[in-house]
Design a protein around this ligand. Structure first.
Ligand SMILES: [Zn+2]
Length: 195
C-alpha cells in the first residue's frame, strides 16, 4: 500500500451518513475528514487541504450551494462532488457548482469510487484559477417567497423575491451591488418542499 493517501473531505449535516461515508472510504484507502456544514467544511479545508470534497447541499448555517461556490472561487483546483436529494438525475444541476452530482440514495458505492478515481486522475491537469464563476442558486426549504443567490464577485448570499421566470435572470447583489447573472432551474416554483 502506498504511504501516500489521498484525502477526502465529507460535508454532511447527517452524522450517520458522514460516519458511514468515512468508514467506506477509509476501507478504500483514503484519509477521510468530516464536517457538518459549510463553515465546518471551510475550517477543515484550511487545516488540511483535501484532494476531493464530497458535499451535501441542504445544510444549516452554511449550505452546500454556498460552500461549493466558495470552494470553486477560492480553491478551484479541488474537485467537488455534490450529493443531494434536492435534485434528481445524474447531470450536475445548473445551480450547483460541482464537478459531479449524485442523487442521494440513487447511486452505488462503485459509481462513487469510480468518480473519485476519475477526478483524482484529472488532478494534475486541473486549472488552478477559475476566471468565471457562475453564481449558485437555491430555494430555501422553509417555503419562503425568495430564492437565495450567491454573488459571484463577493461570494455573499442574498435573497431574490419570487416568482421568477425560469432561465436567465439578473439581480443586484445586496452587499457589493455587482450585477449577478443567474439561471433559475425549471420547476423552481414547485420545488418549495425539497429537503
Ligand atoms: Zn456581491
Amino acid at each position: 500500500m502506498s504511504p501516500f493517501r489521498y484525502r477526502i473531505l465529507v460535508v454532511d449535516d447527517d452524522d450517520q451518513i458522514s460516519a458511514m461515508a468515512k468508514a467506506i472510504l477509509e476501507l478504500q484507502g483514503y484519509e477521510v475528514h468530516c464536517a457538518s456544514d459549510g463553515f465546518g467544511g471551510l475550517t477543515a479545508l484550511k487545516q488540511a487541504p483535501p484532494d476531493v470534497i464530497i458535499s451535501d447541499l441542504q445544510m444549516p448555517n452554511m449550505s452546500g450551494f454556498e460552500f461549493l461556490s466558495i470552494v470553486r472561487k477560492r480553491f478551484p483546483s479541488i474537485p467537488t462532488i455534490a450529493i443531494s436529494g434536492a435534485f434528481s438525475g445524474t447531470d450536475i444541476p445548473d445551480s450547483v457548482l460541482a464537478d459531479a452530482f449524485f442523487e442521494k440514495g440513487q447511486f452505488s458505492m462503485s459509481q462513487l469510487f469510480l468518480k473519485i478515481t476519475g477526478l483524482l486522475e484529472e488532478l494534475p491537469t486541473r486549472p488552478h484559477t477559475e476566471s468565471r464563476v457562475k453564481p449558485a442558486v437555491w430555494i430555501p426549504i422553509n417555503k419562503a417567497n425568495y430564492i437565495a443567490v450567491t454573488c459571484s464577485s463577493c461570494l455573499r448570499t442574498f435573497p431574490v423575491a419570487t416568482p421568477l421566470p425560469a432561465g436567465a435572470n439578473t439581480a443586484e447583489c445586496d452587499a457589493c451591488a455587482s450585477p449577478v447573472h443567474f439561471h433559475v432551474p425549471d420547476g423552481v416554483q414547485s420545488r418549495s418542499a425539497i429537503q
